[in-house]
Structure formats: structure tokens, C-alpha cells
Design a protein around this ligand. Structure first.
Ligand code: F6R
Length: 238
């Protein structure tokens, strides 16, 4: 894992944007796996600025949604769908043919995971954008005795249910739908973004390089091509 400590959230977001844009220049129809949440928002805004200058660069971009809150309607303000529509799909004009997405309210959540898995099995994720939960989760691969390889229905931890995307909503998600650890680790390049004081403790644990299912992000140490951009607020300098 290549660790790069950045002076600010802005610098972290710019570096991530530059990496995505550089890769897009080489490979216009790349598949981007997109996390949601507070961390990648500025990076997506900067990508939208790039789109304004060079829309052609994005004309072949494919996007797959990393995960979704389950049991709430798709148009609910807190879904990953609402977030991605706002920050990625609409601003970068990603057509429905170029977008793979979990439904948030499927009749059968397990079948929904199988559907996404079958779409993903024929493809390669070129760049996977990840954030990290304060409990060490990546996507909804939550700390547990064992982790899952493929797309699955996740039992959400208390900490995940306190995530700002859904914590203030009356209608709470009942489960998560998520890519599994193998799906993530099969990506050609992973960009892990970490920012803010509230991530200090988990960042310290991650940087200890101890791999454990209690800190799913620690498995990223096993991947040959991870760029971890961390803003200095999340780094324990004591
Ligand atoms: C979101 C996701 C989550 C978040 C993580 C950090 O799609 O997969 O794992 O990346 O909870 O969230 P933020 O960035 O809001 O701190």
C-alpha cells in the first residue's frame, strides 16, 4: 500500500482526481467502482469540473455502485443511489447502460446481490474508490469473525447505522447490499481515501499493518496496487 499523507482534504481530493483523470486518458471505457459518503465528495466535484472542460474524456466511463443501504426507497435522500446520481451519474452523464447499481429496496435482497454479482463477473474494476468506516469497514464489509468474498446482504453494525447519510433519517436501513472482499481486491487499482479527526484511531490501527477480519480495510495490505491518500488530520502524530 502506498501511503501518501496530504496537507488537507482538498489536496487529498485533487490527488485522487488526478489519478482517475490520468487513468481515463489511457483507458476511456474504464470501470470505476464508486464509494459514497463524506470522504469522496470533493473528488467527485473535481471530476465534474474536469467533465465541464473535457466531456469527451468521460464518454465511455462505466460506474459500479460499491454498496447500498437496504430496505429504504431508491429516491430516499440517504441512499447511495441519491448520492451517486447527484455527484457522479448526472454530472458526468453516465448513461444507464454504463451504470451497475444495487436496488435499495429489492423484493429479494439475496437475488439482487446475485444479479449485481453476475454483471460484475464479466467485468474488471479498473479503479475502486474506497472510504473507511470508523469501525474499519470497507463498503459494508463489517468487522466480524469472517468476511464474505462476493456481493452479499450485510448485517449493519450500530456504528454504520450512525453514519451521517442515514443517522438523522426516520426511515432506517434494515441491511446493506455490498460488494465483497474478493470483488474489491480484484480491482486493478484501489484508491483508499481517509480524512478527518474522527478517523484518527482507525487510521492508526490500519497503519499498524496487522491484518484481521476485525478491521476489514487491513486486507488492503494484501493488494499489490493500493494508493492510500490520508489528510493529516486523520494521522496520529503523537
Ligand atoms: C460508502 C461506503 C462506506 C464509507 C465509509 C466512510 O459507499 O462504502 O464504507 O466509505 O463508511 O464514510 P465517510 O466517507 O462518510 O466517512
Amino acid at each position: 500500500m502506498m501511503i501518501d499523507i496530504c496537507d488537507s482534504y482538498e489536496e487529498m481530493s485533487r490527488k485522487a482526481t488526478d489519478i482517475v483523470v490520468e487513468n481515463l486518458r489511457q483507458h476511456r471505457d474504464l470501470m470505476l467502482c464508486a464509494a459514497t459518503g463524506g470522504t469522496p465528495t470533493r473528488m467527485y466535484e473535481l471530476l465534474a469540473d474536469e467533465y465541464t472542460d473535457s466531456p469527451d474524456l468521460f464518454s465511455g466511463l462505466n460506474v459500479i455502485k460499491l454498496d447500498e443501504w437496504g430496505g429504504i426507497p431508491m429516491n430516499h435522500a440517504g441512499t447511495c443511489e441519491s448520492y451517486l446520481q447527484q455527484y457522479v451519474i448526472y454530472p458526468l452523464t453516465v448513461s444507464s447502460k454504463r451504470y451497475i447499481s444495487f436496488q435499495s429496496d429489492p423484493e429479494n435482497p439475496k437475488e439482487e446481490c446475485l444479479r449485481v454479482q453476475s454483471l460484475l463477473n464479466n467485468r474488471v474494476i479498473d479503479i475502486c474508490i474506497l472510504g473507511i468506516g470508523i469501525n474499519g469497514h470497507i463498503a459494508f464489509n463489517e468487522p466480524a469473525d469472517f468476511l464474505h468474498t462476493g456481493c452479499h446482504v450485510a448485517e449493519l453494525s450500530e456504528k454504520s447505522l450512525q453514519h451521517p447519510m442515514v443517522s438523522s433519517e426516520e426511515e432506517k436501513p434494515k441491511y446493506g447490499l455490498t460488494l465483497g472482499m474478493r470483488d474489491i481486491l480484484n480491482s486493478k487499482l484501489i484508491i483508499l481515501l481517509i480524512n478527518g479527526i474522527k478517523k484518527k484511531e482507525i487510521t492508526k490501527a490500519l497503519l499498524s499493518e496487522e491484518i484481521t477480519t476485525r478491521l476489514p480495510a487491513s486486507f488492503l495490505w494484501l493488494h499489490p496496487n493500493v494508493i492510500c491518500l490520508i489528510d493529516k488530520d486523520a494521522v496520529d502524530t503523537a
